[in-house]
Design a protein around this ligand. Structure first.
Ligand SMILES: [Zn+2]
Length: 139
C-alpha cells in the first residue's frame, strides 16, 4: 500500500516521470519482494505511438535466485528443504549453486542446482543495486 501511495504522490501529485522515479521507489519499498513489477510507458510522436515495457525483478542470493525460486522439495530424493548453498558460489552476479543434503537409501543425495542470471536480465543501474534486475520487454 505504501508503494501505491508513494507512486501516486510522486507521479500524480508532484508530476515526476514514472519511469524515472520507479527504480528509486522500488529500492525503498518491499513490494517487489513478493511480485515482479512491470512498468508500461507510452509516448507519442507526430504520428506514431511508442510503448516501452520494463520488467523489474527482485533478486536475492538465498530467496530469489536470479529471478528463480529454490524448489522446496528435491526432485531426486524428495527431501523437504534440503538444499544448502555451495561455498563455491561466486560473487553476486555469478551463478549460484545449491547442493541437496537429503538422503536416498541412507546415502547423501548431493543433487545440484545451479542458477545463472538470464542474459536479458541486468542489474538495475540507477540507483546501483544488486538485488533488482531489469529486463526490457519487446513485443
Ligand atoms: Zn536430494
Amino acid at each position: 500500500m505504501t508503494f501505491v501511495l508513494s507512486w501516486a504522490s510522486n507521479v500524480l501529485i508532484e508530476g515526476w516521470n514514472s519511469a524515472a522515479i520507479l527504480p528509486q521507489m522500488l529500492v525503498n519499498c518491499g513490494l517487489g519482494r513478493h511480485s515482479s513489477i512491470v512498468h508500461i510507458a507510452g509516448s507519442a510522436t507526430e504520428n506514431t505511438w511508442q510503448v516501452q515495457v520494463t520488467h523489474f525483478i527482485w533478486s536475492n542470493p538465498s530467496l530469489r535466485l536470479h529471478s528463480d525460486f529454490l524448489p522446496v522439495v528435491c526432485q531426486v530424493c524428495r527431501s523437504y528443504q534440503s538444499f544448502v548453498k555451495s561455498k563455491q558460489t561466486g560473487d553476486s552476479g555469478g551463478p549460484i549453486t545449491f547442493i541437496c543434503h537429503g538422503k536416498v537409501n541412507g546415502t547423501l543425495c548431493k543433487a545440484m542446482l545451479k542458477f545463472s542470471r538470464p542474459p536479458t536480465l541486468v542489474p538495475m543501474a540507477q540507483p546501483p543495486v544488486d538485488n533488482w534486475l531489469v529486463e526490457d520487454i519487446e513485443f
